[in-house]
Design a protein around this ligand. Structure first.
Ligand code: ADP
Ligand code: MG
Length: 242
């Protein structure tokens, strides 16, 4: 199967006042279409740097990033992004925020269809009834739900998330993990999740790439062998080893 994302030999260093800061060393990450890749590593190991490189916001010193068989050298509309602190526009309602990418990517789509698409997603993430609220009227977890809807409303080829649940309390975070799985069960899309949380990476990922070291290397690649329809229970009721 062709890989939707191919990160090949990506090496990157920052040029700082005190010299060269090598951050990533020869990373290779391949994500087949429809799969969920989780990249896990400690704080400061270069995860956000990797996000920027994959999203085409920055060019690697060495190596290549490929998306759908095309080399990524600039940002693309076919990539959805979600971050730790969702940037929602306060002067727009939640519904108007979620619709935003459709206005840019599908300018000729009738407003009614845009709203229907956005409402479908908002309902799936449990935000029905909140569509008319302003972002500041929602909790952090709800804002992150809304920003997930916005990130996938235009059906991007891939959703890249940089520690999207990092600012949330444990309960809210785990609820969002489940929501994420429900969303993908209803509408499969390719995902790259960047996180420092190993449990999160295993619950959500099909494959887990473990980074560490300075500069960061891929130390391990785990194939997650858990049921596709797993629920949060699996985190609390581990199956006894026979
Ligand atoms: P992570 O997201 O895993 O916490 P980052 O990719 O943000 O890691 O940062 C990796 C390293 O690169 C850190 O040491 C950080 O200080 C440094 N760094 C990040 N961005 C820049 C930049 N724009 N210029 C110089 N150094 C940077
Ligand atoms: Mg980061």
């Amino acid at each position: 199967m062709a890989n939707l994302i191919d990160i090949k030999g990506v090496t990157h260093a920052y040029r700082t006042k005190s010299g060269l800061l090598p951050v990533l060393d020869n990373l290779n990450i391949a994500v087949p279409e429809g799969e969920f890749a989780a990249v896990v590593g400690p704080s400061g190991c270069g995860k956000s740097t990797l996000t920027r490189l994959v999203a085409g916001l920055m060019k690697p010193d060495q190596g290549e990033v490929w998306l759908h068989g095309e080399r990524v050298t600039s940002p693309r509309k076919t990539v959805g992004m979600a971050f730790q602190n969702p940037v929602l526009l306060e002067w727009r309602s939640i519904l108007e925020n979620v619709i935003l990418p459709l206005e840019i990517v599908a300018p000729r789509m009738p407003q009614q269809d845009r709203e229907a698409r956005a409402m479908h997603l908002l309902e799936m993430v449990g935000l029905k009834g909140f569509e008319g609220k302003r972002p500041s009227e929602l909790s952090g977890g709800m804002r992150q739900r809304a920003s997930l809807c916005r990130a996938i409303v235009h059906k991007p080829d891939v959703l890249i998330m940089d520690e999207p649940f990092g600012a949330l309390d444990n309960f809210t975070r785990e609820d969002l993990w489940q929501t994420m799985r429900d969303l993908r069960a209803a509408e499969p899309f390719t995902c790259v999740l960047i996180t420092h949380d190993l449990r999160e990476s295993v619950f959500l990922g099909d494959q887990v790439f473990v980074l560490s070291g300075r500069p960061a290397r891929t130390q391990m690649v785990l194939d997650v062998d858990l049921p596709a329809d797993r629920t949060l229970d699996i985190l609390y009721q581990p199956k006894a080893q026979e």
